[in-house]
Design a protein around this ligand. Structure first.
Ligand code: SGN
Ligand code: CA
Length: 515
């Protein structure tokens, strides 16, 4: 590491008052929900174009090995703000318990160091936010149309408009009118989009209707050799998993599926005029579906096309709104001194393995998009692709380093500032640790933990199952061939099991795998 590359303001143990005097960058952190790299054109141009998201990568960096520690919303958010794995921050799954907001978090440290902090949008940690000067969140998953927001006074207020626009309006309003402009700021813009059930903005109802999306290679996966993959409830093909009304939006008089009630609630929030526009569009889709009388694979592929189209429409509003934030930063003269981060709370299946949803340690949902545009004048000169493995537990130490705060000893993540400077530290992590807990639960993905290295992945599914999976990602990037127990894999299996145990000890996961 060259000496002159050190950030000008980072004094390892500088007193906070001294740090506060120094110029520090603002942080604009934009996180969507369930957005996946296959649907972001700077990663993959197969399906859609996302010009505004790509702007961030074009002017900055794209992480090509970016992973979550637990592929689910609440847990991922808790990892992000604490810099700790789920077992260490206490929020392991969406369904049981609430986040302990009295624990130290990155926004709290930023505040102590003199930053103004703000959170807008999806929070999903069940307790009210702590550590933010200003917040305005949606309850639980939030709604797309005329959504409710919870204020700092804990009032729930219904607002007019489309969620993605509203979250952006509120974020820009805070940056422009509500913050203390004498301080650096960190804003966390957390979109509800593109989460299920993919309800588009009215102006994009017709978008993508003439596009036929390519079926992924693994669409008709038979799950051979992968016990946990074979028993999920997230198959596009299965109407009990992907609901014909709620998800596919084929809704005719008399239709009554498991999630029809939720669909009615979600679209019931539209005002009369928009509801008429909405019904006119989806009634014609429903009529067309009925007329075609699709069966078997034709019906499955029809469901896939509807899913892809609606997801892409919802994403289009996200892309527009990220563009609005970037334009605002330019116009307000903030762009040069602001780190812009775009990411998602996890990846998602766009038909790979025949699925929607996430949760698994397989690539599509373990990965999460991550692009950053650097502030100027801090020596953060990296450009293009960053290939080192990073995880969402690293964001907290990174933002803290930029604010001049040393990484708290109990954080599991590490600062990626050296990577942003363009360095390639020799001792960078060679493996990542993953642990998913939410089972039994919706989508029926078994509990599992595992290790991923540059080439291999070892997963242990446990609880009411005891199944190991081993993949060679170089020869089998689609993870179709479970090599665990195959002759010739003894040595690599032993090495990976040892590495898994080492990581579990390092991170103090009480589940430690004994070899
Ligand atoms: C909801 C969805 C699920 C989704 C979870 C978790 N069902 O429960 O499909 O997996 O959220 O998503 S729904 O019928 O309510 O749409 S997460 O991103 O918040 O973790
Ligand atoms: Ca999510």
């Amino acid at each position: 590491m060259k000496k002159n590359k050190a950030l000008p303001f980072v004094a390892a143990i500088a007193p906070l008052a001294a740090i506060a005097q120094q110029q520090r960058p603002n942080i604009v952190y934009i996180m969507t929900d369930d957005h996946t790299a296959q649907m972001m054109s700077c990663y993959d141009t197969t399906h859609v174009r996302t010009p505004n998201l790509d702007r961030i990568a074009r002017d900055g960096v794209r992480f090509v090995n970016s992973y979550v520690a637990n592929s689910l919303s609440g847990p991922s958010r808790a990892c992000m703000i604490t810099g700790k794995h789920s077992h260490n921050n206490g929020f392991t799954n969406n369904e049981h318990g609430i986040f302990d907001g009295s624990q130290p978090t990155m926004p709290k440290y930023l505040r102590e160091a003199g930053y103004q902090t703000c959170l807008i949008g999806k929070w999903h940690l069940h307790s009210l936010p702590t550590g933010f000067d200003y917040w305005n969140i949606v309850p639980g998953q939030g709604e797309y149309y005329n959504p409710d927001f919870i204020t700092q006074q804990n009032d729930t207020v219904r607002e007019k408009g489309y969620i993605t626009n509203l979250v952006t309006d509120k974020s820009i309003d805070w940056m422009e009118n509500k913050r203390d402009k004498t301080k650096p700021f960190a804003i966390f813009i957390h979109h509800k989009a593109v989460h299920r059930d993919w309800l588009p903005e009215m102006k994009y109802l017709h978008e993508y209707e003439d596009q036929t999306f390519k079926l992924p290679e693994t669409f008709y996966d038979d799950y051979a050799g992968r016990q946990a993959a074979g028993v999920t409830e997230m198959e596009i093909a299965n109407d009990k998993h992907m609901d014909m009304v709620y998800d596919v939006k084929v809704y005719r008089p008399g239709d009554r599926t498991r999630l029809t009630w939720l669909y009615q609630y979600m679209i019931g929030r539209l005002n009369t005029a928009d509801r008429a526009t909405y019904d006119y569009f989806y009634d014609s889709i429903s009529a067309d579906y009925t007329r075609r009388g699709l069966q078997g694979r034709d019906k499955i592929e029809y469901k896939y096309q509807r899913y892809m189209r609606d997801y892409a429409k919802v994403l289009k509003s996200v892309d527009d709104n990220v563009g609005r934030v970037l334009d605002y930063l330019e116009k307000a003269g903030l762009a040069d001194n602001t780190l812009v981060v775009y990411t998602s709370d996890q990846g998602f299946y766009m038909g790979e393995h025949g699925w929607f949803d996430k949760r698994f340690m397989y690539e599509e949902s373990l990965n999460t998009p991550l692009v950053m545009r650097m502030p100027k004048g801090y020596g953060l000169d990296a450009k293009g692709d960053i290939t080192e493995m990073v995880q969402n537990i690293d964001y907290a130490p990174t933002f803290l380093e930029l604010a001049g705060v040393p990484t708290p000893k109990d954080m599991d993540g590490v600062s990626i500032v050296p990577l942003l400077r363009g360095e390639h530290p020799k001792n960078w992590r060679k493996s990542i640790y993953y642990h998913f807990y939410e089972y039994p639960a919706e989508h029926a993905v078994k509990r599992h933990y595992g290790v991923r290295t540059e080439r291999y992945k070892l997963i242990h599914f446990y609880n009411d199952i005891d199944a190991w999976e081993l993949y060679d990602l170089h020869t089998d990037p689609n993870e179709l061939h479970n090599l665990y127990g195959q002759p010739g894999t003894e040595k690599i299996t032993k090495e990976l099991r040892r590495e898994l145990e080492r990581l579990q000890k390092q991170y103090h996961d009480p589940i430690i795998e004994k070899n």
